[in-house]
Design a binder for this molecule. Structure first.
Ligand code: 13P
Ligand code: ZN
Length: 271
């Protein structure tokens, strides 16, 4: 058995958490990440027959029964993940009934998975239904995205459109746009269901006045989506109070999307 601390999936998670902390997206325990693991790869580092604890999830995730996830722990600080993965992360397998999680590694101090597990697992189910290669769900509290939530309408078309205008690359990076939920209590099955519904259509979902979710086949894809939204939101917040002299026009956004051959939300442009 290889040393799990050398596993590429642990390193990738540690690096992502460290970057997110460094960028100011994840203060204290803010944010959470889940990664669906390949069973054969995980089996090189873990005895898959040895269950440390069984933890109820509080909701049903039967389509994910038997699947393995590496998940950040609830209340754990992102800044600490890299230095102490075994306390701050855990690897769970969804039980046969879909309602329990079998802990295979981690949460060493008796901890448990993120309080946002409903939103994560339900979003995995949604994304897998439209993209069988999806592996990552990422949640964070990026500063400018959050700031923008207080001064911009929380409307999917309007928010996406404003962000597309802020950086040339935006419509190419997230041509599918951004789903938006109103403010809701977090850590509940209800916000999980609402997020997962949006995830059937979008890889990005803003939680009004809370943060953002990103999904992807790879950590880079999920991270890059949030990073691009955050950059655009930063430009918006740096300019929103100033007279707008120039802008990228809708026919230019359309030309760009067509040049790059991306499937974009035509109904989010005003042509
Ligand atoms: P956890 O510490 O339970 O992951 O919660 C952090 C968070 O961002 C809640 O939305
Ligand atoms: Zn949060």
């Amino acid at each position: 058995m290889k040393n799990i601390l050398t596993a590429p999936f642990i390193k990738e998670m540690c690096d992502a958490a460290a970057n997110m902390y460094r960028l100011g997206w994840d203060e204290r325990n803010g944010g959470n990440i889940s990664v669906m693991l390949d069973e054969a790869q995980a089996g090189e580092y873990l005895d898959l027959g040895s269950v440390l604890r069984t933890i109820p999830t509080g909701f049903g995730a039967k389509p994910l029964a038997g699947k393995l996830f590496l998940v950040t722990g609830t209340g754990k600080y992102f800044k600490n993940v890299k230095g102490d993965p075994e306390n701050n992360l855990g690897i769970i397998r969804i039980g046969r009934d879909g309602k329990t999680a079998e802990l295979l590694w981690g949460y060493k101090d008796g901890g448990r998975f993120t309080s946002e597990l409903p939103a994560h697992l339900m979003s995995h189910m949604s994304r897998l239904s439209v993209d069988p290669e999806n592996r990552i769900i990422m949640h964070s509290h990026p500063t400018y995205t959050l700031a923008m939530n207080y001064v911009h309408e929380l409307d999917e078309k309007k928010l996406t459109h404003t962000l597309w205008e802020m950086c040339t690359e935006c419509i190419v990076v997230f041509p599918d746009g951004i789903g938006v939920l109103p403010w809701m209590p977090c850590g509940t099955n209800e916000i999980g269901i609402a997020t997962a519904e949006k995830m059937k259509e979008y890889r990005l979902v803003v939680w009004g006045m809370h943060g953002i979710y990103g999904a992807g086949k790879t950590m880079d894809e999920a991270f890059g989506l949030i990073e691009t939204v955050e950059k655009a939101a930063q430009i918006y917040m740096l300019t929103a109070h100033l007279p707008r002299v120039n802008t990228i026009k809708d026919n230019e956004l359309q030309a760009l999307a067509e040049l790059f051959g991306v499937e974009y939300r035509k109904d989010f442009l005003n042509l």
